[in-house]
Design a protein around this ligand. Structure first.
Ligand SMILES: Nc1ncnc2c1ncn2[C@@H]1O[C@H](COP(=O)(O)OP(=O)(O)O)[C@@H](O)[C@H]1O
Ligand SMILES: [Mg+2]
Length: 416
């Protein structure tokens, strides 16, 4: 009987939730396949191109493998034709290092023994040249489906908070939601302060003495391992882990938005949720994290300027083909007696409000000043609203969730 182990174990990181893009990396692809791949990436929000390598990772050369480990793509497309032996060896070595990446072989040779060899090396798909949009889409969808099927999450969902303007309550809500996810739902939660300076997550959580910040972590991303990571993360009594913003102005961080995104991506293992507190605006860094996010909470308030900006953000998201369900509208400081009604707001933004958080100034201030959001806000209106929100987000999915239908991938190619 044929050895099919590689098929089932090829892509099992789990935690992939609809709305997130899968990252793809090409290895030694010929120019036609490269062209098709970049066309494909442009045509669907399902995938994004994470990079291309023009060398195999042979036995004596770890650089290619290190690069792949560092980027940790969901899918590697590897062209077998330039040097089959080296390509197969590379696939084996990628598989040895990680169970989490799906490897697609690309070749113009469709002999069954070669397909079997690719499969044994850890490839879950065998795509025959010329590469076609449809087979590629099907293969990518299978990776997404397998990840979704795995009920228990092993890698974090990225949930990003962004305000329609400054002061809408992004930091307050990100902190309260994180604390509820950790303490009430028992979910492993990391809160990242994405502000390049003047971030105040540390202050709200009473973690001002913490030495390290997120940007230092980004600078060290190529040396990152679990131990190093541990030293950077601050722990709050609620159970939330936090990566804070720099405490002083450091206008020239030598970090790129891509490295910031990749760092967050690396941090996904070991957490159920990564909550990101973004400064307002569509900076390059924000766009990077928004694209990688599984959910985006757009925090707005019932004021004309904030609602006008909300419409602008929503139009940007729809132009960029963000899945509609990925963006959630949070109306903060909601009051039934407000001058702009809920109905008027929904008509103005042409969307339903997903979450309403009551105006509770005293509680918000008390929680922020105490450094312990959960303790201070217990039983309050603010806490009740956030608890409902956290349980809807953080309750573990039912194990018997109906499995998505899917094809057999590489096996079907062999007619078995
Ligand atoms: N639901 C709320 N009710 C009343 N005041 C709030 C609420 N949420 C936040 N605030 C207050 O609004 C101010 C701005 O909040 P903050 O979280 O710092 O906003 P942002 O991070 O968007 O700039 C703070 O004083 C905070 O205490
Ligand atoms: Mg803030």
């Amino acid at each position: 009987m044929m050895d099919t182990r590689n098929i089932t174990r090829s892509s099992e990181p789990g935690g992939y939730s609809s709305g997130a893009t899968l990252s793809v990396m090409g290895i030694c692809l010929d120019s036609d396949s490269t062209a098709l791949l970049s066309q494909f990436v442009k045509s669907t929000p399902l995938v994004r191109l994470e990079g291309e390598l023009h060398a195999y990772g042979g036995e004596t050369d770890d650089r290619v493998l290190d690069r792949i480990t560092q980027i940790a793509p969901d899918i590697c497309l590897i062209d077998l034709d330039p040097d089959r032996r080296l390509a197969i060896q590379t696939a084996e070595r990628i598989r040895e290092r990680s169970e989490d990446v799906a490897i697609f072989a690309v070749s113009s040779n469709a002999q069954p023994d070669l397909i079997i060899q690719a499969m044994r090396s850890g490839c879950s798909e065998y795509l025959i040249k010329p590469l076609g949009q449809d087979p590629l889409l099907e293969a990518v969808a299978r990776v997404g489906a397998r990840k979704r099927e795995k009920g228990e999450q092993t890698v974090a969902q990225i949930v990003t908070f962004i305000g329609a303007k400054g002061g809408t309550g992004v930091t307050t809500l990100a902190i309260h939601l994180s604390a509820s996810l950790a303490k009430l739902c028992g979910r492993r939660t990391l809160l990242i302060d994405f502000h390049p300076d003047l971030g105040d997550v540390g202050l709200h959580l009473g973690l001002t003495k913490h030495e390290y910040h997120f940007y230092q972590l980004v600078e060290s991303v190529d040396r990152l391992d679990a131990e190093l990571l541990h030293g950077f993360v601050a722990s709050h009594p609620s159970g939330v882990h936090a990566l804070l913003a720099p405490q002083v102005f450091e206008p020239d961080h030598p970090v790129t938005p891509l490295a910031m995104g990749q760092t967050v991506e690396l941090l996904r293992s070991g957490y159920d949720f990564i909550i990101v507190d973004c400064p307002p605006g569509l900076t390059e860094a924000n766009r990077e994290i928004l694209q990688r996010s599984h959910q985006v909470y757009m925090v707005t308030v019932a004021e004309v300027s904030a609602l006008r900006n909300t419409v602008r953000y929503l139009s940007y998201f729809s132009q960029r083909a963000y899945p509609r369900e990925k963006i959630k509208i949070v109306l903060n400081r909601f009051s039934k007696r407000g001058t702009i009604s809920e109905d008027q707001i929904e008509r103005a933004i042409q969307r339903k409000i997903d979450w309403k958080i009551p105006n509770a100034y005293q509680e918000a201030i008390r929680a922020a000043n105490s450094g312990n959001p959960m303790e201070q806000a217990q039983g309050s209106e603010l806490a009740r609203a956030v608890t409902a929100w956290a349980s809807s987000l953080g309750t573990k999915p039912a194990a018997d969730e109906k499995k998505a239908k899917r094809g057999k991938g590489l096996l079907s190619l062999l007619g078995s």
